[in-house]
Design a binder for this molecule. Sequence first.
Ligand code: NAP
Length: 360
Amino acid sequence: MDFPHPVEERITLASLTTLEVGGPARYLARCGNARELVDTLAVARDRGLGIFLLGGGSNLLAADRGFDGLVVRITDETLAFEPAADKVLVRAGAGVGWDRLVARTVAAGLGGLECLSGIPGRVGAAPIQNIGAYGQEVSETIVAVRTIELATGKARSLTADECGFGYRHSRFKSRWRDRDAVVGVDFLLERRCRGAVRYPDLRRRFEGREAPRLTEVREAVLEIRRGKSMMLDPADPNRRSAGSFFVNPTVTPEAAREVRERLEPSGGRMPAYPAAGGGVKLAAAWLIERAGFHRGYRLGQAAISTHHALALVNTGGATAAEIVALASRIRRGVRDACGVVLEPEPIFLGFDAAIDELLD
Ligand code: NAP
């Protein structure tokens, strides 16, 4: 059985990921709509190929040996705005650039996504880990996630409730892992011209001012992110990264107390925030620095960003093995110094061992 559309062969994953590491993918198919996707998946099944869904490649660590299967990129950039009572329904194809969506909604005077400005990647990836920043999470505005089941081609439209969203989490990461391709997401946004200001980083920007406009909040978020090298800027030496490499950990109140007692005497006040379910959210970057890993710390060509302890960067020519070695060293160091086990945020592709084994 042949692919219904031309596919590329032996494309280096380094060229498709923001970390710029990773060996070749056997095939790369770009699918512009659900029909193309269903037909392509049928061929992959027929040939017994493993399938990997690629978004913007901004949250991905690909192995040096590459991926001996089919990488699928959904390129549907459809974007439609439909009035829905006093709100607006925004329907976006999975291939729409995330920040393009945010820019368009902010310019249209629609609130709900403004704090998520500057996040790299594409719409299709947003619900998978429920992206969030500065007090907003994408799950707050999602009304439907449209999917195609990889094994059967079956189309579904899932409500936010069904997706089981949590902190950087959804059922797409657990129960439904590798089951579906997200082909589109529908958002319900408010018509309002004032932006959300919830976090201190933003509050400081608007000190003494009431309710800044959506566009001002967007600009402020972009500026803060730029200052932390959390934007894809070709001129930034920290640019080759996958953003935050570790998830900010949520622990029990007792565990948080223990970490505080252990670290505060020498490290200043520990940031800690209430999390859903009675847990306490800790700041991974703070723990990493307390464990002795300073910004700019290097291991071969892999390093910690000079602007943010949570981002691992490829300083130029790094291998995936070097990134893994650095991540492993940091994870062990934080576990020993702080008693907290950090979980990586990016998806690992093409490795022959489980993540816990790789990072141990
Ligand atoms: P940051 O602003 O230095 O915050 C570090 C940690 O403190 C995060 O866990 C953050 O929670 C928490 N925090 C800070 N102020 C808080 C408040 N007022 N209430 C509750 N929690 C608070 O983090 P950063 O690394 O520079 O990142 C900036 C923002 O981008 C953060 O919101 C971060 O989560 C987000 N981000 C998201 C992704 C993603 O979605 N994959 C990747 C990178 C960064 P929250 O994490 O809940 O905000």
